[in-house]
Design a protein around this ligand. Structure first.
Ligand code: ZN
Length: 418
């Protein structure tokens, strides 16, 4: 924790803000500063909002139980009255959970600072939507000195800057105001990437990412079979193959065979299925480079976001396996991370020697990244493999991963339920 690098002359007047997400240690820091002022024999007074009844109704509480006396007040008016009646000689004034006091608290803090007081306020900088918490945004601008603290993201362990609101364990909707009777509400600190806000108009369609345990294992073949089944059930289904390498020139434009198969089955144009075709049958990052092109992840995401709004079921097939790079900073896994909680993964495994290792590695990586797995589909491509091995692959993977085996694709191309 950094210390003030300079000495504030007594009576100069000064506003400082301690801010950050929930559980970032704001109250503790405020208490520490107030306590140090007391040690310096300054007269200190602390206020907190009366609705802040986390642990004790007369002490300024923090989540780690260190406290200094704080006067609970319901409004700025009340705080002002108590201050001028009893504590107007205080040199240091602390206010905890300052965001509860509304816009008037800004003028009160400014007036105190103008009187030569040191005013230290602590509070949330952002609401659960991740938007500036009023009047903290204005206090931050007006303050002489600001410290912004981070908690630890409850999902990934990175520094957390937003308070995630959960209702019955699920991210709250943007417009959720009050807690419904019988529902449980909780908050946890999260980083930018793990913070989730649901919107009422969010599409309810199912998004499935198809992940192969390697390349050339029949992802497209399996996905086409799934689509056939959905079409038979009169589902509104769509597939995207955002990147296809090894594409061929048809006249002026490149076209890939996997994309073409989806386009034919779904009666679409290849351009509706695919975002990037590249000539060389290589990993996207190098295939793009050799074609002198760049992959824009946002363009791929925009397409996914559009299609999921229009369809009941959307399959997205990645190029190659999970850790295949799209550029030197972004892999297929990163795309799945960006869509976790909104999607599920279907793992396609080629049933052969080596499958147990490849499949378990893929599942382990997905689990570590908190990505939901719908299940595994085994593709029996080769009729000459020992049947004992094929059977054992499936049983062992199911046992060790705990993931459901959805289907088994027979060598003759039929898709069987297990
Ligand atoms: Zn995180």
């Amino acid at each position: 924790m950094r210390e003030l690098q300079f000495i504030v002359t007594e009576g100069m007047g000064w506003l400082e803000v301690v801010t950050g997400s929930m559980f970032s240690g704001k109250s503790e820091e405020l208490i520490k500063r107030l306590r140090r002022s007391k040690y310096a024999r300054q007269k200190v007074v602390a206020f907190k909002h009366a609705s802040d009844i986390r642990y004790d109704d007369s002490k300024l509480a923090s989540h780690s139980n260190s406290f200094i006396e704080g006067i609970p007040v319901n409004s700025v008016e009340e705080m002002k009255k108590i201050f001028f009646e009893k504590y107007s000689d205080a040199q240091v004034i602390g206010i905890d959970e300052v965001q509860f006091f509304g816009a008037e608290v800004v003028k009160f803090c400014e007036d105190l600072a103008d009187m030569g007081k040191r005013v230290i306020v602590a509070g949330l900088d952002k609401d659960f939507k991740g938007e500036p918490f009023k009047p903290m945004d204005e206090l931050l601008a007006r303050a002489e000195y600001v410290d912004k603290f981070q908690a630890i993201c409850a999902v990934c362990g990175n520094p957390a800057t937003v308070s995630q609101r959960l209702i019955d364990g699920e991210p709250a909707y943007y417009d959720d105001l009050i807690v419904l009777v019988g529902a449980t509400e909780a908050y946890e600190p999260r980083c930018r990437k793990c913070h989730r806000i649901k919107h009422r108009d969010d599409n309810m369609g199912n998004l499935y990412f198809i992940v192969g345990t390697g390349t050339e294992i029949g992802k497209t073949h399996v996905t086409l079979k799934l689509i056939e089944g959905d079409l038979k059930n009169k589902k509104n289904v769509m597939a995207l193959k955002p990147i296809e390498t090894g594409a061929e020139l048809f006249g002026e434009s490149l076209e890939g065979s996997d994309t073409k198969k989806y386009a034919d089955l779904l009666e679409k144009n290849v351009k509706e299925i695919n975002t990037y075709f590249f000539k060389n049958p290589m990993s996207p990052h190098i295939a793009a480079e050799l074609d002198g092109k760049q992959i824009f992840i946002d363009k791929i995401k925009k397409k996914i976001d559009q299609e999921i709004k229009k369809n009941e079921i959307l399959y997205v097939e990645g190029a190659g396996g999970l850790l295949v790079p799209y550029n030197n900073r972004y892999t297929y896994l990163d795309l799945l991370i960006d869509y976790r909680k909104k999607s599920e993964v279907i793992v396609v495994a080629n049933n052969s020697l080596g499958t147990i290792n490849h499949t378990l590695l893929t599942i382990e990586t997905l689990k570590r990244n908190d990505i939901m797995i719908k299940g595994i589909i085994f593709n029996n491509k080769d009729n000459n493999i020992d049947k004992v091995l094929l059977r054992d692959n499936i049983e062992t993977i199911e046992k060790l991963s705990g993931i459901k085996i959805l289907k088994e694709m027979k060598y003759d191309g039929g898709l069987d339920e297990l």
